[in-house]
Write a protein that binds this ligand. Sequence first.
Ligand code: NAI
Ligand code: MG
Length: 483
Amino acid sequence: MSETPQQVPDEYELFIDGEWVAASGAETFGTIDPATEEVIATVAAAGAEDVDAAVSNSKAALDEWQSIPARERGRILLDIADAIREDADRLAWIETVDNGKPLSQAKTDVLRCAEYFAYYAGMADKLEGESIPRSDEYVDYTVHEPLGVTAHIIPWNFPVGILGRGLAPALAAGNTVIAKPAEQTPLSALEIGALAVEAGLPAGVFNVLPGFGPDAGEPLVAHDDVAQVTFTGSVPTGRLVGKAALEGLKPVHLELGGKNPNVVYPDADLDRAVESTVKSIFSRNAGQVCSSGSRLLLHEDVHDEFLDRLHTAVDELSIASGVEDPDIAAITSKEQYESILEYIQIGREEAGEPLIGGEAVDRTGYFIEPTIFDGVGMDMRIAREEIFGPVLSVLTFSDEQEAIELANDVEYGLVSGIFTNDIGRAHRFARDIDAGGVYINEWFSSGIEAPFGGYKNSGLGRAKGLAALEEYTQIKNVCARIE
Ligand code: NAI
Ligand code: MG
């Protein structure tokens, strides 16, 4: 890990056709370090004209990218992966000061971004079609073709990780990509865009448009020459993006929120369950994770002991600036910080004083104590709404039936977890839960090789694994009469 402070450039422009260019309206915005509340860089803010320029450039780049043999395209993605790894310390530093997260977690995210490029590099030459048996009169086969220009709207919680997750499979399949990073955290996408072109990606295949949702995101999603949209973020914005994409009859991949149940039985390995619970909601990105374990469902026989142990573990968590690499660092933005504090106030009104935490940390920057509300019921907002911060809602159940009912009683269905040593019970839970992911005796274990996505209001489509390639390809069927 990087121990010496790294330089962050003072200014960034848009990255189009392998060049840095000012926004057409010369507009800029400052991105802040949420640990210091200071502006760390001034960034060009894209508008509709810039979107037009980037899309027409990305469209023009399709021919060149698709004319490169698939295996060679894969090799370029491997070179990008290597370039990201070589620059990982600097990139992690930039991610930490832009987003707030602990430095070691930023480094993990950067290396994960590299892994996405490496993983999908190997798929570029394996997108095989099928030969379909018919009568002797016909030869019939399928071809998996790219869609064209793909738009990637990136959130602020895992800026570099989610960038790699969407871009790598899109590029491997032969599409060109335009990334619109979140206005809170635009820097890593700009850095990776420039680094990819330096590593050998043809200019225009990967353009980056920093800016705001309504000014840059909206025209990008609606653009006639954008063939597909990938979005990660909130449900309301996801609905808007989904509607706009459907209006243009283009496929859309939505990865939205969660209110994920983490179910603990008395027969579980409690040390493991406590450690995983801490990671699930507090010590990974301060709980600003769509797949956080934000609802803890405790069996009544283990309730007291588990909360005692959890309390002890949470007391040991360090809170400091991301560059000091603590367990919990700053919340990424002032808006999110205020929203979490508002939910803590709602929690106080609904469930009474929190068991622990409940306060902002008295220092510069957007720091919030890990907070646990016990005695939560499903009639409370803190049981149903995504808080997206270090706030845990604890519910109690007495049998399997009640556990699954509570677990499923939300609009979301992203991930879920169960801690038990009863193998039958674990798999009954896996069968009955309405969620795209199930962790058994683990949390956050899903690798980049495994499909990830939501049931219910948690989204549409799948990221990661081979499943993600379906988001970035369309099937052509060829039927030839040979008699
Ligand atoms: P958001 O969903 O509004 O923003 C996500 C991205 O969408 C950003 O890049 C933003 O610029 C862009 N965007 C906003 N409006 C757009 C539009 N009309 N068209 C196209 N792009 C648009 O989320 P926000 O406001 O940053 O966070 C609010 C809440 O969303 C959080 O408290 C959290 O609950 C949830 N969230 C969930 C994430 C996840 O991983 N599923 C990630 C980020 C936020
Ligand atoms: Mg920032």
